[in-house]
Design a protein around this ligand. Structure first.
Ligand code: HEM
Length: 491
């Protein structure tokens, strides 16, 4: 038998539990009131990938595109909270311009306990103020120099051999290119930017490559992206403890490879690459060990992953549109050179248009929410945003805005950029300045690796098209998210 006092105490505990649960559900399920008259994507849309095999593009078309294009801004649940996502170019331009109001606030601030925050920490992309200036002074000169073309060309030739070998092994079956491209862009970023030898194209069993794949698999799991709070209880979830362990092993492997390759390097070579500049800044005491690691990791990840995604998308588009592949090959053959140089690339308009068009349709960073509003602000003179609201931008939607790109906004049409080098670069500059094309962000926080990424892309296409031709495997299901072993939604 329970005593009256015990029953009373249990009832109070139960009541407190119900109140906490109700408040948590309210916090999660109900979108914030402000800004008023701005639609919210239903909360459950974010949960679809947890239970169903959904293609990201279908989710976007079905639930996100229309309100985003109509209002230019929507409320969306992500990372354990409600955020605002901006699409309209004039609003995006305003956000890029007023960095002091729309302040960078990366995962290290937003979800400091998460595995993702442990992986990339406080770095040049997510920081602001004096820390950002310090990181930028160290990294920028290593990214904005004139890069040699030869190492990328040599790696691109190795990639062609790898692809040919896979094709021969599989006969008439289609081959999956993702892992080969990952090895390729890893080799490029390590050699050209960090000046470290990571032999990802020569051996299948490179430890760093294996750790990199394992880390990516863990950190992008939808359940933890949506509910990073779960990472607080990591010690009770064995797979999260394992994810942290992988992150630590990856960081120390990358650091030890870099330091090993820089020990013997002559000073003349050492001063102008990001790897040595980071090591020197740490040795001088300008960077703590933690800041060194965070910035090394982010340079490696941003410099590897984004070009990888861009090259995969472009190969996909050229496989889907053989007439574009054919026209591009003619331009490459027509220039009469076996080896591309800066000079030759400068006058290849179709190669430039194909690169821009692919970046427009499939920006590697399609949506990013890493800013917080420092004070109440009225966006575009009409949308009131309260202080501390998390704000991001949807580059995928902006780059396909029909009011800017016309009725064919969703189509792959490289010729929309123009026909001469001058015309194309003018169109590109204008679209970037007006935030109509935001693949590399804009304003003072624009991508510092753009020049390297565009060079890498053009050199890669030049060599690939000279040596190979390809098409989509007719048996492959044409969708953007890889097929998973989950039921398909019925709606
Ligand atoms: C196709 C390739 C690439 C794309 C589409 C891309 C895109 C972007 C975007 C959208 C941002 C801004 C992120 C934000 O809003 O917070 C950014 C920043 C940055 N990117 Fe890239 N990136 C690419 C390649 C690279 C490469 C190869 C590097 C070289 C390591 C690099 C280094 C950086 C750095 C250092 C920043 C931070 C700039 C700052 O805040 O001062 N990126 N990139």
């Amino acid at each position: 038998m329970f005593s009256g006092a015990l029953i009373a105490m249990l009832s109070k505990v139960l009541l407190a539990g119900v109140v906490v649960l109700t408040l948590s559900l309210y916090w999660v399920l109900v979108p914030p009131r402000h800004p008023r008259n701005i639609p919210a994507v239903p909360f459950w849309v974010t949960l679809l990938p947890l239970f169903f095999d959904v293609d990201q593009e279908n989710t976007y078309r079905r639930y996100i595109r229309k309100p985003l294009q109509q209002y230019g801004v929507i409320k969306i649940f992500f990372g354990g909270q409600w955020n605002l996502v901006i699409q309209r170019p004039t609003y995006v331009a305003e956000m890029f311009k007023h960095e002091e109001v729309y302040q960078k606030s990366g995962n290290q601030k937003k979800i400091p306990h998460s595995v993702l925050a442990e992986f990339l920490g406080d770095n040049i992309i997510s920081s602001r103020g004096d820390d950002w200036k310090l990181y930028r002074n160290i990294i920028k000169p290593g990214l904005q120099k004139t890069f040699e073309t030869q190492p990328i060309v040599a790696n691109a030739r190795k990639l062609c051999s790898l692809l040919k070998k896979s094709q021969q092994a599989l006969g008439s079956q289609g081959i999956l290119i993702q892992n080969h491209i990952q090895c390729y862009t890893t080799a490029n970023i390590s050699k050209c930017v960090l000046q470290a030898e990571i032999e990802s194209l020569s051996t299948e069993n490179d430890t760093l490559m294996k750790l990199q794949l394992a880390v990516k698999r863990e950190i992008f799991k939808p359940i933890f992206m949506n509910f990073p709070l779960l990472d607080r209880f990591g010690s009770f979830i064995p797979s999260r403890a394992h994810a942290r362990e992988l992150v630590r092993r990856f960081s120390s492997e990358l650091e030890s490879r870099l330091v090993r390759d820089h020990t013997e390097m002559p000073d003349s070579e050492a001063s102008d690459n990001v790897g040595s500049r980071l090591i020197a800044a740490r040795d001088r005491g300008e960077l703590t060990q933690q800041q060194f690691r965070d910035n090394l990791n982010v340079t490696f990840v941003a410099g590897q992953e984004n070009p990888q995604l861009l090259l995969i998308s472009t190969m996909y588009l050229l496989g889907k549109y053989p007439e574009v592949q054919c026209r591009l090959r003619s331009e490459i053959e027509g220039c009469g050179a076996d080896e591309p140089s800066h000079l030759i690339l400068r006058d290849m308009p179709y190669l430039t248009s194909v690169t821009y068009e692919s970046l427009r349709l499939f920006p590697p960073i399609s949506q990013l929410i890493n800013r917080r509003v420092a004070k109440p602000v009225v966006l575009g003179g009409e949308i009131y945003i309260p202080q501390n609201t998390y704000v991001g931008y949807n580059c995928y939607a902006t780059n396909r805005d029909p009011t800017v790109w016309g009725k064919t906004a969703d189509e792959f049409r490289p010729e929309r950029w123009g026909s001469t080098t001058k015309e194309i670069s003018m169109r590109y500059r204008v679209a970037r300045a007006r935030a109509e094309f935001t693949s590399f962000h804009g304003g003072s926080r624009a991508c510092l690796g753009e020049t390297f990424a565009l060079l890498e892309m053009k050199l890669s296409l030049f060599i690939l098209l000279k040596n190979l031709s390809w098409r989509l495997d007719p048996k492959w299901e044409d969708r953007k998210t890889p097929v998973r072993n989950l039921p398909r939604p019925l709606f």
